[in-house]
Each structure stands twice: as structure tokens, then as C-alpha cells.
Design a protein around this ligand. Structure first.
Ligand code: 4AD
Ligand code: MG
Length: 441
């Protein structure tokens, strides 16, 4: 079997040893009878140098980018003044082309990626993913998802896997995907929150990383129909505990990710200005945000001056976050504009103990709250929003069988990555984006 580029032992005693590598042609160029082929194998890049008779063979096969091949040869330092990944190159003495690519297609290069028509690039996403930027984002994504698992377990949280096929809504009826479930109406889950709440009594603090689905009928750069939702739920806490935990998990995950040199180098390329957020994050009440928007002449969705009770729309939220230019915990949203389950602020019953975490460039990446834990209050909330209480009996029972002050949150992984990797849209931070009008490849 071949060696992956990461396993090629290049310590001094092995320098000059013969190796065999497999990969795809990432770049190739010829000059003065020497051909340079950079192979890519997912772990890294290996510059291979072909000289002498090999170059003739090479000319005969007219090597194309993305062709897969095997190359054998010796490992050497690159000569002074020359550049190659990891400062080493493979001096080839034999090669085989395994699968020849058609060539002539530059759509996969990063340069064309930046310029290309977005729809074409999305149709060709399976090839675009081979480009350095798209691939780096996917590898950072893997590191981030792993870091969440590590950090949660460090904190003693238990991971569960709630169902995706459900018969209850969490975040309002307008974004539900419904389908026929053996003759009954069912939905694709919008959030695992309600299920996580039922986990607290047997596992304590818990989390999940699952897909959530939203039938978003608008096209924005931060809405997907299917996204990865990192959700946590905490038992016997106060609202302040929730905010502190959120800082902990966000900064903890970032530290773990940045401690990985390979990923840190990719992040440096993707987002050279990235800075670890300063703790504590800025705290801002919804009512203060409304005042701020009024002062800064940023209008609401109808083009009018913001007033208490308005939704803060995506554009206004992002402008505010960009100007303040640091993570913000926006808290205490009015009851009317938030989901039915949110606990009211005991000090001001017009508002809820709710929080959105806003990041520059993206806006909201986290939505969370304390949960209504009084049985009567929850029953009143169901009828306020017209939810049939029967279907929620299992959720209501949490309030009957030993209720507790508890709260949690959901973080959109694609939005977190858009912020961390400085990507314009969440369509570039998932493998194959799904949004209104696109369900392929
Ligand atoms: O604010 P949301 O709707 O909150 C909930 O779903 C809560 N039930 C979560 C909880 O408390 N367990 O969604 C949470 C986060 C948002 O802040 C956003 O990052 C992401 O999920 N999100 C989306 N990401 C991509 N596309 C969409 N259509 C999204 N909708 C929400
Ligand atoms: Mg939200």
C-alpha cells in the first residue's frame, strides 16, 4: 500500500528513502525538461519532480489536473531558493496514471472559484470541493465538530441523538417541512430542544449535534433548509449561568481547534484577521439594541424607525454587529417575538430570559433561553400561540414530574464556520447546501 503524505517519515535517517505515494494531480508544470507534479491526498500536498526519460513518458500521457496517480521515488530537501510544501520533494523514478481526468476544466481552482457563476459552482460542488479553499473549510468543520464533542465531554455533558421525524414544532409553523408518515402528518425537526429537555432528568446536562430542517422561503446568505445544529441543555441553572456556559463552550472549542497546528494554519489562510473573542462577551439587552439602532439611524424592515416590539431583521442585526465588531449577547427579547417556551424575566414580564449570540460578519449564530418551567404558565403559552397541548404531553410532563429551572441553546454550525472561516455564506460551510430551489447534488 502507498504512504499517505502525512506518514512519509522525513526525519534525517530516512531522508533519501524510497517511497510510493498515491494522490490526485493538484498542480503540474513543466520547465526545461523537468516536470513538477503536486499530488494531493487529503492529508497534504507532495511535490514530485520528474526528470530524464520520465519526462518523455509524462509528455506521452499528457498528464491532466485531477488525474489520480501513483508515483515512486526518493525524498529530498528542496534546493535552496526553491519552494515546495513542507520543504521536501519526491524525486520520481516511476509513475503510473490510475484514472485520467479530462482536463481543460479550471472550474475547480480557487481563482476561478472566486470569479465563477455561483449557480454553476454549486452544480459543480463535487469538483469545487477539491479546491484548496473549499477543502480547508470542510477540514476546519471536521475539527470544529470534533472540538465540540471534546469540550462537552470535558464538561461532563452526555450526548444523545433525538429523532429527526417528529410531530411537534419548536420554532413556529411557518418553517415546518411536513410529510406523510404512514398516513399521519409529521415534520422534519426544527430543533432537538424539546427532546433534550426530557434528557436532563436521567443524564443531567446534555447535548446533541444533529440536522435541523427549516422551510425558509427566502434566499439569504445565512439560511439553509437543512443545517447542522449544535444544541445544549443545562439543568438547575440561572440565566447568567447560561451566558457564562455559552462563552465557555465557544472559547473552549476555539482553543481546541487552534491548538491543532494543521487546522490553525488553514484558519490563518482563510481568516488572517481572526482574533480569539475577549471574555466576557458584550452584553446588550434587546431594548438597548433598539435604542442603539434608533441612534444610528438604522431602520426596521419597513424602512421605519425601530421601536420596542420590532423584530431586529438580518440586515440591521448584521450592521449593528459589524459596527460594534465583537461578539454580542443580545438578551431579553419581548415575549411576542419569541418562541412559546421561553421563560419570562421575573423583573420585567414583557421580556423573556432569551439570548442570541451575534458575531461580526454573520450576526446571530446562537439562539437560546431559559425554559418555562411552571406547568400552568406553559399551558397558557400553548393556548397563546395556538399549539395543541395534547401533542406536547411528553414535553408538558417535564413540568409535572419534578420540574426545574433549566435552559439551553442551539448553535448553527454553518454560521459558526462562516464567522470563523470568514466565508460570505453558509452555502460554503457545508458539504452540499440545501436551500429553496436547490436539492442537488
Ligand atoms: O434561534 P433558533 O431558531 O433556536 C432554536 O431552534 C432553539 N430551539 C435552539 C435551542 O434552544 N436548543 O436556531 C438556533 C440557531 C440559530 O442561531 C442559527 O445559528 C441556526 O440555529 N439556524 C440556522 N442556520 C442555518 N439555516 C437556517 N435556516 C437556520 N435557522 C436557525
Ligand atoms: Mg433565533
Amino acid at each position: 500500500s502507498g504512504e499517505r503524505s502525512k506518514d512519509v517519515d522525513y526525519s534525517a535517517p530516512n531522508r533519501g528513502s524510497r517511497v510510493r505515494v498515491f494522490g490526485r494531480v493538484h498542480r503540474e508544470r513543466k520547465q526545461k525538461g523537468v516536470a513538477f507534479v503536486t499530488l494531493r491526498d487529503g492529508y497534504g500536498f507532495m511535490q514530485c519532480v520528474l526528470t530524464g526519460d520520465l519526462v518523455k513518458t509524462y509528455d506521452a500521457v499528457t498528464l491532466t489536473r485531477e488525474s489520480s496517480m501513483m508515483i515512486c521515488g526518493e525524498m529530498w530537501d528542496v534546493p535552496p531558493g526553491a519552494h515546495a510544501p513542507n520543504n521536501r520533494e519526491l524525486h520520481a523514478d516511476y509513475f503510473e496514471v490510475i484514472g485520467k481526468a479530462p482536463g481543460g476544466d479550471d472550474a475547480i481552482t480557487n481563482k476561478v472559484q472566486a470569479k465563477g457563476d455561483p449557480q454553476t459552482l454549486l452544480d459543480q460542488r463535487h469538483l469545487v470541493l477539491r479546491g484548496e479553499t473549499a477543502a480547508s473549510v470542510m477540514l476546519v468543520r471536521d475539527a470544529v465538530e470534533h472540538a465540540f464533542n471534546v469540550k462537552y465531554h470535558e464538561l461532563g455533558y452526555v450526548k444523545v441523538s433525538p429523532p429527526a421525524l417528529v410531530q411537534t414544532q419548536v420554532e413556529g409553523g411557518s418553517t415546518l417541512f411536513d410529510f406523510n408518515y404512514y398516513g399521519e402528518k409529521a415534520y422534519l425537526t426544527q430543533s432537538s430542544q424539546l427532546y433534550l429537555e426530557t434528557v436532563l432528568p436521567f443524564a443531567g446536562n446534555c447535548y446533541c449535534i444533529e440536522k435541523s430542517f427549516r422551510a425558509e422561503k427566502s434566499l439569504t446568505r445565512r439560511h439553509l433548509s437543512e443545517y447542522t445544529h449544535v444544541e445544549g441543555e443545562l439543568d438547575f441553572i440561572t440565566f447568567d449561568d447560561l451566558l457564562e456556559h455559552l462563552e465557555d463552550i465557544i472559547c473552549g472549542v476555539l482553543s481546541i481547534v487552534l491548538a491543532n497546528p494543521r487546522i490553525a494554519a488553514m484558519l490563518q489562510e482563510l481568516n488572517p484577521d481572526f482574533q480569539m473573542p475577549e471574555r466576557p462577551f458584550k452584553r446588550m439587552k434587546y431594548s438597548e439594541a433598539i435604542d442603539w439602532l434608533v441612534e444610528h439611524d438604522i431602520p426596521n424592515e419597513d424602512g421605519e424607525t425601530h421601536k420596542f416590539g420590532d423584530d431586529i431583521a438580518e440586515a440591521a442585526e448584521r450592521r449593528m454587529t459589524d459596527i460594534i465588531n465583537r461578539p454580542i449577547f443580545l438578551t431579553h427579547f419581548p415575549t411576542e417575538i419569541k418562541a412559546f417556551y421561553m421563560q419570562r424575566d421575573p423583573a420585567d414580564p414583557r421580556v423573556t430570559e432569551s439570548v442570541d449570540c451575534l458575531m461580526p460578519g454573520v450576526g446571530e449564530i446562537v439562539g437560546g433561553s431559559m425554559r418555562m418551567y411552571d406547568y400552568e404558565e406553559l399551558m397558557a403559552a400553548y393556548s397563546r400561540v395556538g399549539i395543541p397541548a395534547e401533542a406536547y404531553y411528553w414535553y408538558t410532563d417535564q413540568r409535572r414530574y419534578g420540574t426545574s429551572p433549566h435552559g439551553g441553546y442551539g448553535l448553527g454550525l454553518e454560521r459558526f464556520l462562516a464567522w470563523l472561516c470568514k466565508q460570505h455564506t453558509v452555502r460554503d460551510t457545508c458539504l452540499y447546501p440545501r436551500y429553496m430551489g436547490r436539492c442537488k447534488p
